[in-house]
Design a protein around this ligand. Structure first.
Ligand code: ADP
Ligand code: MG
Length: 463
């Protein structure tokens, strides 16, 4: 076989990285990178700026080497230099791919059609369609008050407003509603909604193109800046510094910031002291899992929206059996509605039970990280606590990697979340473990059997 060319090698790295990163991160860290030279045991990679260099060196180096060595085993080292990469076909292909995908994302999917280009708000979210119960009433009241203060140009008592809670509990719905309510009453206000991931990549882009001042001006010229899932700035020091200055400016101008996160500010890892005190200096409101009454009210509202009227016993059956979050509740309801459309009548309790039993039997809905961790630990005869310890002993390293792999495969947790659950490990460690076990599962018969048995136990624990 011919030795791989630098272009081929880098293309393979990009493919691997693209698979393991979100699109925003991939674009941020790998756009305009290429191999500029290669000798016996090392390659030199050109990167667009110092920020990217630092990240590739510190966060992705292991993974990059790992990918390279799949093609070119003698490479031991990767050096990163800041430079203008020379135009090469492979890079052009690649940037074209990124652009194409952007276009695709913008033009496909009915959901996207409702997203406003300037504000990134989705019109479907409103206060009116948000059902209030004891688990979310504080957040709801704050959200309404914030929108009224912006509309009326009043002082802002809740600034920033920080809403936190688990996945699928209505954070995005609520903060988008703030933006929509403001624009409905005062269309001249400047509002921008961005995910934390988007903000991070916009800032990186700004640093790279030396347009960071423009970006800061853009943000601080807004009447309302909404950052959804701010936890993405965790651990990124330089980023936090910039976010801090942006928030400060907005605050000084009496403009409003609203943020959401899956956890309270104090639980965001490696958050800078100054930024933390800025975040907790406003209003913190949590959203919890909805109680039974709220679940049924939500089901009633959502089915009415779709023009279907279910009996109370059907709704309370669904509300009793699906408790975790509202996204799942909607999923189950949609399933019942879809089948009722197929059969052309509203299902009764017995039919609903059948539909939902099938729905609930989908394996990944039935397991949880705790069950996976406990089952893996039991299987390998160690304690669940061993999985999160810092130990590098062989007896715990493998079970830990297996646990990571199963959390990824069975529950689709994100790499950073998996790292978090297993004792605060870096996401690159998790990626490495998942890839390793995935590869070995193909080749290594005993491991394959072990994984089968563990999976069986994980799902059997529900029978
Ligand atoms: P999060 O951002 O917290 O993960 P979302 O805001 O995306 O959750 O909510 C998930 C789904 O549940 C959305 O379709 C949303 O409209 C719906 N939802 C959440 N909370 C409520 C609520 N209180 N009333 C009505 N629908 C809700
Ligand atoms: Mg959300």
């Amino acid at each position: 076989m011919l030795p791989a060319t630098p272009e081929e090698i880098w293309k393979a790295v990009l493919c691997d990285m693209e698979l393991s990163l979100s699109k925003a991160h991939f674009t941020t860290w790998f756009k305009n990178t290429s191999i500029v030279s290669r000798d016996q045991n090392s390659v030199t990679v050109s990167v667009p700026n110092g920020f990217v260099k630092e990240w590739l060196e510190n966060k992705f180096n292991k993974q990059i080497i790992y990918s390279i060595r799949k093609l070119s085993n003698e490479i031991r080292e990767v050096r990163y230099i800041i430079g203008q990469p020379k135009p090469e076909p492979i890079r052009q292909d690649f940037s074209k791919m990124i652009v194409d995908r952007d276009l695709q994302e913008q033009t496909s999917g009915e959901q996207n059609q409702e997203i406003d280009k300037t504000t990134s708000l989705n019109k479907k979210y409103s206060f009116n369609s948000f059902i209030v119960g004891s688990a979310n009433e504080l957040a709801f009241a704050c959200a309404q008050s914030v929108s009224q203060c912006i509309v009326g140009n009043l002082p802002k008592p809740y600034n920033p407003l920080f809403i936190y809670g688990g996945v699928g509990l209505g954070k995005t719905h609520l903060v988008q509603s703030i933006g929509n309510a403001v624009l409905e009453k005062a269309p001249e206000r400047k509002v921008l909604y961005a995910s934390g991931e988007k903000m991070v990549s916009a800032i990186v882009e700004g640093i790279r193109n030396r347009t960071i001042e423009d970006l800061k001006n853009l943000y601080s010229g807004l009447d309302l800046l909404i950052i959804d899932d701010i936890q993405f700035i965790a651990g990124k020091e330089k980023m936090q510094e910039i976010v801090f200055t942006i928030f400060n400016e907005i605050h000084n101008k009496n403009r409003q910031v609203v943020m959401t996160s899956d956890r309270p500010p104090t639980a965001i890892p490696a958050i800078e002291e100054r930024l933390l005190s800025r975040l907790v200096g406003g209003m913190l409101a949590d959203i919890n899992a909805p109680d039974f009454e709220t679940r049924v009210a939500i089901l009633k509202a959502k089915s009415a929206e779709k023009g279907v009227v279910f009996s109370d016993e059907v709704l309370s059956y669904i509300g009793t059996h699906i408790q975790k979050n509202i996204r799942e509740l909607e999923g189950a309801l949609n399933r019942v509605i879809a089948l009722s459309q197929i059969y052309n009548r509203v299902p009764d309790l017995k039919e609903t039970k059948n539909i939902l039993n099938a729905y609930l039997a989908v394996p990944y809905r039935k397991t949880s990280p705790q069950i996976i961790l406990k089952t893996v630990a039991d299987f390998y005869n160690i304690s669940p606590a061993d999985l999160t310890k810092r130990s590098r002993k062989k007896e715990v390293v493998k079970p830990r990697q297996v646990a990571m792999y199963l959390l990824r495969e069975e529950i689709k947790l994100s790499f950073p979340d998996i790292g978090q659950k297993l004792g605060g490990r870096d996401h690159s460690t998790v990626i490495h473990a998942c890839e390793k076990i995935k590869r070995e599962e193909q080749a290594d018969e005993p491991l394959k059997n072990e994984l089968t048995m563990i999976r069986q136990r994980v799902y059997d624990s529900f029978e």
